[in-house]
Design a protein around this ligand. Sequence first.
Ligand code: GN1
Ligand code: MG
Length: 380
Amino acid sequence: MPVKYLNKAAEAFAFAAAPVHLKPLSAGHINHTFLADCGAGNPQYILQRINTEIFSHPHELMSNIKGISRHIAHKAAQSGGDPGRMARTVIETKSGEDYYIDPDGKYWRAFLEIDDVVSFDFPDSPELFHKSAVAFGRFFKQLADYPVETLYETIPDFHNTVRRLEEFKQVLAQDKMGRASEMEPEIAFVLSVQADCSYITDRIADGRIPLHVTHNDAKLSNILMDKNTGEGVCIIDLDTVMPGSILYDFGEAVRFGASCAKEDETDLDRVQIDLAMFKTYVRGYLEEVWDGITEEELRGFPMGAYLMTLETGIRFLTDYLNGDTYYQVHYPGQNRDRARNQLKLAADMKEKINQMAEIVQQIYDTVKIGQGPCESKGVI
Ligand code: GN1
Ligand code: MG
C-alpha cells in the first residue's frame, strides 16, 4: 500500500538534492522506512515515518537519538574513527526541525545513509557474529559515561517482562479474536514458566542489577557492518535506547543471532539455541565489557537470553490474540508463527540454561586471564 505524503515528506528535508527515487526498505516491524536516492554524486538518506501509535512522543525520541549519536560521534573521533560513519547523523528539515509533520499529523525523520555497509538477518558465520558482539560491546562502553538520567523512556516498561505477562493475561482473558484455542500449547508453556519473568525486574528493583544506557533491541540486523572488512561500523534503530539492564542487550542479541533458525522460521524442529554461536557471542561481548560489569550481571547473562526470548514470544502471542495491532505482518498468522518460534526457542534455552552458564563463566575466566580479546592475547 502506498504510504501517503511520502513525496511531500521527502521534499521537506534538507537533502543535498531532491530525491530521484524513494525505495521502500522492508527492515523493521514498526516504522515505515525508505531509501532516498538523490542521484549520482550525492549522499543517500534514510527517510522514515515514525509509528506514533508506539512512539507517542516523537520529540523525546529524537532528543534521545541526537544526544547519544553526538556522544558516539565524539567517542569515534577521539579513537581516530570517522564520526560520520560510526554514528547516526540526523538530517533536519529545511526549516531546521528534527522531524516533519505531514498534513495527516504523521511524523517523519531522516538520517544520512552510510556508504559501503551491509546488515544481516542471520549470522552467516561465527566470525560475523563475533564482530557483531564486539560492536554491541563497544556501543555499551561508549555510552557508559552518558548521563542516563537525561534520556526519556520512549516506551515505558519496554523490557518489564512481568508487565508483558500481565498484558498477555488480560488479552487472553478477552480472547477477542477467538484465537486462544489454536494456541493452547504456547499459552500453557507461558503460564508454566511465569515465575521466571521477574528475574531481572526483581534484581533491578532491589539494586542488585544496575541501570545503564542500553539499546534494548540489540539484534544483529541493527548493526551496519563494513562491506569489505565485516567490522561493525554503526549501531542503528536507536528508538528504544533508554535506561536498561545489560541483560536486555545481551539477551536480545542471543535471541536473534544464536538461534539455529530465523525469528520467523516455521519448521520448529530447526529452532533451537546454537551453543557454539552462543559461545561466540559471549566471547566477543565479554572481550569488550568484561571489566565494566558486576558479578551479578555476569551470572544473569543466560537468564537474560532466555527471558528476552520468552518476552518476545509473549509479545508476539499477545499481538496475535489481540488481532495483530502492534507488529506489522506480511501474511495472516505471521505473529502466530513468530510466537511459536520464539516460545520454542525459549523452552530450549531453559533446558540448556546450565550449559549456557558454564560457557559464560568459562569465557569470562579466559577473557579475564588474557585481560581482553582472547585471540590477540593467544588465550583462545
Ligand atoms: C521490533 O523495530 P524492530 O522491528 O527491529 C520491536 C522489538 C522486537 C522486535 C522483534 C519498538 O523491533 O522489541 O524485539 O521487533 N521493537 C519495538 O524482532 O517494539
Ligand atoms: Mg527496533
